[in-house]
Design a protein around this ligand. Sequence first.
Ligand code: ATP
Length: 564
Amino acid sequence: MSVAVESSMSRASLPIPTFSQAEQSFSLKKRHVPLSLSSLSNSSDSSPLRLSYSMPPLPPSKGCPPLSRVFHPRPSPWTPLSGSLKKLPCPKSVYDPSKQQSFFSQCFTNLGLLGRGSFGEVFKVQSNVDGRLYAVKCSAHRFRGNSERTRSVREARNHERLCPHPHILDFVAAWEECGRLYIQTELCSTSLLLHAENQPPGPDEAAAWTYLCDLLSALQHLHSNGFVHLDMKPANVLVTDSGRLKLGDFGLLLQLKHKSTTTSEGNVKEDAQEGDPRYMAPELLRGQYGPAADVFSLGVSILELACNMEVPNGGDGWQQLRQGCLPSEFTNGLSLELQTVLSMMLAPEPSERPTVSELLALRFIRKRMWKRRVYLMVAETVLRLVSLCQQVVCFGCRLLSSLHVSFLPQWTKPVPCTPPRDSWDRDLTLSLSVMHSHSGSPEDDVVFVLDPTKPELSPTFSHRVKSRLCVDSTSTPLPVSLTNGHRSPVHTPSSIHSNTTCHTLTPSASSVHSELHPDGMSDSSTRRRRGSNWVRADEDLPRASFEPKNLLSLFEETTVEGQP
Ligand SMILES: Nc1ncnc2c1ncn2[C@@H]1O[C@H](COP(=O)(O)OP(=O)(O)OP(=O)(O)O)[C@@H](O)[C@H]1O
């Protein structure tokens, strides 16, 4: 029976869609082709309506075209977004809007790429206004629509509102240029993620307490001003030369008091985005956004830093951490105080978690906060003194060099081994900028003096870095090229992917594991690349334009000069 039906169906011809049917689903593009009078005369329909369609009335004559058509309003290539730039605009001697160059290239000397993240690239720059070093973050793409622009502008404005605070990255200025957002901030040594990865392997509880103190202070400032960070993680924390932690990256910052985003329970629902899943609080999956989410993310960050542990991106480990199960094989080595604080911060229910103020009120945290403040005060005073001494020494060097040039006898001037003065000056300026910007902290070595021949990390640690680099999808910090206006070579995706392997830890129910990521890169390869970048940047430095001479020719030159 069914065979008969099938055969009859196969034999029956399929209905062919007619043009009129197709026209109902898809419409042809409307084209306004003017009808010719001859076609009109041939047409059977010669109604006046048809005729009026074919011959539209002439536009009313105007005496003169509107001003907007004469003077085309050129979209402003540069718009200040921060109050700082509006109040104190860039001096005319530095920025001339009539010039072709961008505001960025007129006002700053680009010293190289510091890193890149999902948002864009971060450059180390020297301001042409005050001569100081800064970081400028530039969005990778032009704004794709008004909502993206509004979000970026809001990020810059919120960041400005949060400053100044000793543990918030200092905001300097923000502007929009050619559809891109630029944010100028203070320059730091490195991110906390990189800083921690360059420490000796193994748990470091003492360091974890200092991180906790600094970041609780930053969160306290945010929460008391009605903001939630929502992307708290070591990659978004920067470390200054003195070791002070500064919270940055306010791309997901949410204002709690905003009426449209606050529900009756006090939690925000709309207009909020969750950040990195590894640090994400469980209630964010239910759309409950609030300050407790930052406490959870800080708890995960401290757990990671204290135990030198890879935070899971998903799977059993991720679930367990959100059910209040801390990996005991990692946390057993920690003091009872830190274990207690972590288990409170990682409570599954946001209502059970302590607020930042409650945490800061704990006796053992108060004690550490006090010690930390004293330490930072001393460290920063010493750094200031060192920098002052360096400036004095440099001034002395310059003075001596000028004395050398003006007082030494004429015949001693063309010393063959001395490079020409301009190249000597360049080198001095270069070393001054290094001394000025970096005062010998371990982080400086990470950024500037990477030694590609020493991949000294232990296998466990290098694996951790490998998997970190695999899992970390966002920021890609790079070493800094010191040459003025010279960008560090950029890592192309192909260069990152080549010759790289990525390991996966075997998952177990009780421990937290890293996830396999196909796009990973090995630590040693990163270091090698960094090293090679540094070497290449070094090779590109301007070289002295003099040639070696032998002693005889020197003697001959001197005698010729000495002759009357
Ligand atoms: N102020 C700064 N001083 C020094 N280095 C910085 C500064 N800001 C950023 N960096 C470096 O640049 C890298 C990328 O910056 P950042 O992570 O802020 O970009 P992003 O696009 O916001 O990243 P994300 O993917 O997290 O959104 C950081 O890892 C850090 O190493």
